[in-house]
Design a protein around this ligand. Sequence first.
Ligand SMILES: Cc1cc2nc3c(=O)[nH]c(=O)nc-3n(C[C@H](O)[C@H](O)[C@H](O)COP(=O)(O)OP(=O)(O)OC[C@H]3O[C@@H](n4cnc5c(N)ncnc54)[C@H](O)[C@@H]3O)c2cc1C
Length: 536
Amino acid sequence: MKDLAATPSVDMLIVGAGFAGLYMLYKARSLGLNALVIEGAPSVGGTWYHNRYPGARVDIQSMEYSFSFDEALQQEWHWSERYAPQPELLRYANHVADRFALRDGIRLSTRMAGAHFDEAAQRWTVRAEGGQRWSALFLVMASGPLSSPNLPDFAGLKDFAGPVHHTADWPHEPVDFSGQRVAVVGTGSSAVQAIPIIARQARELTVFQRTAAYAAPAHNAPLDPEFEARIKADYAGFRARNRRMHGGFGSLLPPNPVSALAASAEEREAAFEQRWKIGGFAILGAFNDLLLNEQSNALVAEFVRGKIRSTVKDPRTAQLLSPTHTIGCKRLCVDSGYYDTFNRPNVQLVDISRAPIERFTARGVRTGGREFEFDALVLATGFDAMTGTMLRLDLRGRSGLTIQQKWHAGPLNYLGLTIAGFPNLFNIAGPGSTSAFTNVIVAIEQHVDWIADCIGHLHAKGLSTIEATEPAEAAWAEHVNAAARRTVFLSCNSWYLGANIPGKPRMFMPLAGGFPQYAERCAQVARNGYEGFVLA
Ligand SMILES: Cc1cc2nc3c(=O)[nH]c(=O)nc-3n(C[C@H](O)[C@H](O)[C@H](O)COP(=O)(O)OP(=O)(O)OC[C@H]3O[C@@H](n4cnc5c(N)ncnc54)[C@H](O)[C@@H]3O)c2cc1C
């Protein structure tokens, strides 16, 4: 990283133009900062630009999964459906970029390769893959919790003669599976959304399943105009009530404040049934300990398995589709006809839990001693979540400490926002924060507001750097671990734990302690003069 004098200088460099990067730019400008966003993709929108597979849609209701920072924005935007589809979410991101005149601060098709902290200058030198450089006082990683697709190292994948599409890197021109034999590998959230639609188009669909998924019905529908008007009549109040919820959403249907174990079998059945009819994540709030107590969890898990058995006609397929792990331990999927799809004569389910994929061939795949042939392959194999994107970068803090060295045993940070040894670097919606358990837009707004307040504080005090201390970071890691131990989340192999990526250190990455408690803790740290940080 040489030629510093010739390097353009900005106050803040923001990596990523998803919702986090857009709001960070808006907020930085409101502080009077000269800020620049660099985005690897040729468009804003982040997740909703990349994930354009059939059926991609949000699974938190759109009246909630949207920005709250501007009253006029939330009043004027109209969502067409209860759960907006991907194209509409992408339009929304573009609308935000236009409405707040953000585009001139965003360099598209510009991928950050690395950033080094220059201790003499107390600034970050940021380098793009194309060779461009910037010097920045603040570096904000808005690079996404789920932005590095996971492409397993399948033997022979390159030999497969047909098209291969990863759900998170879907082609921009329409993909037509009509008349084709299609294979889907993976049964997580993206697969659960895509499979019903692909099955309607394809001649044959073969789904390769390693772990069965729990899915609750979305009951998606056009947005009810009366509901929309009711929310918009007091949108600010609605947002505030949601921010007081554990996951930053769902205030219209708070969790039942009773243990599942305290209810009779009939009461439990009625509560589960009522919430199943409402759809989405509502079922996990039928009692207050479903994600805390394995016995309670087993009751709701069995309820969902009952739904699978009553939906899927072939008992063997129903059995295979029935998960055995704790429900909610892996992110609950929200579906539109997923289980019912397996009643179609053109759909078959192949269990690869005991006999994994041996290799791909020119015509298909070999597993369990059998050969399956297909014309097109869909990989719904998820993401190297939470840390994958940062760990691919040449990111170096003080004394040349690399992010790979720093995070060799898992993502250490303080408040999920800052990293000791990496001054003036902020991470939005990453590990160590509640982001993955939250309506992520609520998490993003809280992070961006905190960062902006922090920079405002530095300015007010005539200071220019902030850095987490190692003791604060160690205590935070223990806080994150302790929160996970109070839940059922450690009872299965999930991406929250890094378990979907071979060789990735097992560390529970998101904070399970609840959004309001987390936001309050961040606010308290600020009120106490940024305890746990060194300011200079
Ligand atoms: C299919 C799918 C469905 C989801 N559904 C929900 C949901 O229902 N509810 C919910 O709360 N959350 C959901 N999420 C999580 C979602 O990621 C967040 O809600 C939110 O979109 C994250 O926004 P972001 O700006 O933090 O990150 P992203 O939207 O991921 O944006 C990050 C951007 O950074 C860019 N980038 C990364 N690395 C670099 C680099 N080196 N240089 C330059 N640019 C870079 C990427 O190209 C990307 O555009 C979903 C995620 C996926 C993948």
